[in-house]
Design a protein around this ligand. Structure first.
Ligand SMILES: NC(=O)c1ccc[n+]([C@@H]2O[C@H](COP(=O)([O-])OP(=O)(O)OC[C@H]3O[C@@H](n4cnc5c(N)ncnc54)[C@H](OP(=O)(O)O)[C@@H]3O)[C@@H](O)[C@H]2O)c1
Length: 253
């Protein structure tokens, strides 16, 4: 998928990975639609990267956002939030908020924007999931579940939207970051408390997102070595869990 001239909607463009993706895409000639809740930060990103800010809360405004975005060639479902702590103490409102923003909103937005891509015979939908969705992380049970939901949703969608040989069709990608140096941890209210893995810069995830879209990559782990624990869990869940426990539990985001 060529980004030059493409209309690209990025959710969560006001901060972290989304803002880095917008800045990187600015150099490709893409026409950017930058979605988020914080108008001032969206406008600051738009001033640097170009593009149109679209203020919308994904828990309530998905339909309005899709309408204002109009035809979109590329959708980057990046917005997300975290919550960390024992599941038994997680407030019901926090459960609902996480499921809404991390899982329901990307599905709803994709449902609204995909038909025009299919009709055009061209487009791409990218999802920013997490290593937590591939391995399941203690104290991040709901977060892990929302990201696992995205992984399987994307896989199913990709199966459904097989390439149309003469037209290219609509691609689907998932990017699974490990720990990224963004305001995510501060905003979820629990800092990242481990020395390893060392947080990677959001620009690295942005590069993976752009490459996934340009080369139609189904699944990209960032950094790439994170594929190993995910594969081990799939092939040998027992040994994986014992190893994770010995290493102090699987902690990601
Ligand atoms: N940071 C990590 O370690 C890490 C690791 C793996 C995966 N991820 C995933 O990467 C994605 C980006 O996270 P980040 O690290 O860049 O975090 P971030 O800096 O906190 O950015 C989160 C973005 O999501 C938007 N957002 C949150 N709730 C929203 C809502 N209700 N409606 C609309 N927008 C909303 C925020 O918009 P406003 O600020 O305008 O509200 C913000 O732009 C998320 O899906 C996250 O789960 C992050």
């Amino acid at each position: 998928m060529r980004l030059t001239g493409a209309r690209v909607l990025i959710t969560g463009a006001s901060s972290g990975v989304g803002a880095a993706t917008a800045r990187l895409m600015a150099g490709t000639g893409a026409r950017l639609l930058l979605a988020g809740r914080d108008r001032a930060r969206l406008e600051a990103v738009a001033a640097e990267a170009g593009g149109q800010p679209l203020v919308a809360d994904l828990t309530t405004d998905v339909a309005a956002l899709a309408e204002r975005a109009g035809h979109v060639d590329v959708l980057v479902n990046n917005a997300g939030a975290g919550w960390a702590g024992p599941f038994q103490r997680m407030p019901a409102t926090a459960v609902d908020a996480l499921v809404d923003v991390n899982l329901a909103a990307p599905i709803r937005l994709t449902r609204l924007l995909l038909p025009a891509m299919v009709e055009a015979g061209r487009g791409h939908v990218a999802f920013v999931a997490s290593i937590a969705g591939a391995i399941g992380v203690g104290h991040e049970a709901v977060y892990s579940a929302t990201k696992a939901g995205l992984l399987v949703f994307a896989e199913a969608l990709r199966d459904e939207l097989r390439p149309i040989p003469s037209r290219g069709g609509v691609g689907v990608s998932v990017v699974l970051p490990g720990v990224v140096d963004t305001p995510f941890f501060e905003r979820r209210g629990t800092p990242y408390g481990r020395r390893r893995p060392v947080p990677i810069p959001p620009q690295r995830v942005a590069r993976a997102i752009v490459a996934a879209i340009e080369h139609d990559r189904p699944e990209t782990y960032v950094p790439a070595w994170l594929r190993l624990p995910a594969r081990l869990r799939g092939a040998a869940p027992g040994p994986f869990r014992r190893l994770a426990t010995a290493l102090g539990g699987a902690r990601g985001s």
